[in-house]
Ligand binder design. Structure first.
Ligand SMILES: C[S@@+](CC[C@H](N)C(=O)[O-])C[C@H]1O[C@@H](n2cnc3c(N)ncnc32)[C@H](O)[C@@H]1O
Length: 198
């Protein structure tokens, strides 16, 4: 398991008002793809739900959503959000490096801020896991940190992303974006829309 103890996610979620990645509204890239109908309701996995803002948005828009997170606290907040919105979501506390779902179950996998937390030695397993649970031609939307945030093991260049994913996915679109995050700091991301190879 990658990061429960070394990062202390549960401790972080004890102060949910200060989460840098929580904007209090769904991510624009996700909403645009839903509004344009590039993403249509189907079986969906939100790889790490955090407090569930994107997860609940998808469920409210007719997606049949399962999700997991390593943090019980995050799952507790996300469940509360789902109950308030009156939507059904399949919640699990679990590790995204060992996805507990059957092969080819999902039409769509959403990943905001999960992949860039995967340890180097677990990257291949994570990518294989996402590929395995997606149906052939299923869509994977990855949003991960860009090199523009500085130099770090988990800040990617476009070339690195292409190299990591091109063996398992066709990259439909890759876009470099910036966003003012929940803590008021501007961060840079790659939004990568991919389709699973058959
Ligand atoms: C940057 S946050 C993003 C959360 C969510 N996707 C969002 O947009 O709000 C990263 C999340 O990954 C979760 N996480 C970290 N390591 C994990 C692991 N090994 N398995 C599952 N979730 C993990 C953390 O608890 C945290 O909720």
């Amino acid at each position: 398991m990658s990061s429960r103890h070394d990062v202390g996610w549960d401790r972080i979620y004890h102060h949910p008002e200060n989460l840098p990645w929580e904007l209090g509204q769904p991510r624009n890239v996700l909403m645009k793809l839903v509004e344009s109908r590039r993403l249509v309701p189907g079986k969906t996995l939100d790889v790490c739900c955090g407090v569930g803002t994107n997860t609940v948005y998808l469920a409210k828009n007719g997606f049949e959503v399962s999700t997991l997170d390593i943090s019980d606290e995050a799952i507790r907040f996300a469940k509360e959000k789902a109950a308030n919105a009156d939507v059904e979501i399949g919640f699990l506390v679990g590790d995204f490096v060992n996805l507990p779902f059957r092969s080819e179950l999902f039409d769509f996998v959403f990943d905001f801020g999960c992949f860039h937390h995967v340890q180097l030695n677990e990257r291949a397993s994570f990518i294989k896991g996402v590929q395995t649970v997606l149906k052939p031609n299923g869509t994977y939307l990855l949003v991960c940190f860009s090199y523009m945030n500085g130099e770090a093991w988990n800040y990617f260049t476009k070339e690195e992303i292409v190299k990591l994913f091109e063996g398992s996915f066709t990259i439909e679109k890759i876009k470099h974006v910036s966003s003012i995050e929940g803590d008021g700091i501007k961060r840079y991301f790659y939004e990568v829309l991919m389709v699973r190879l058959k």
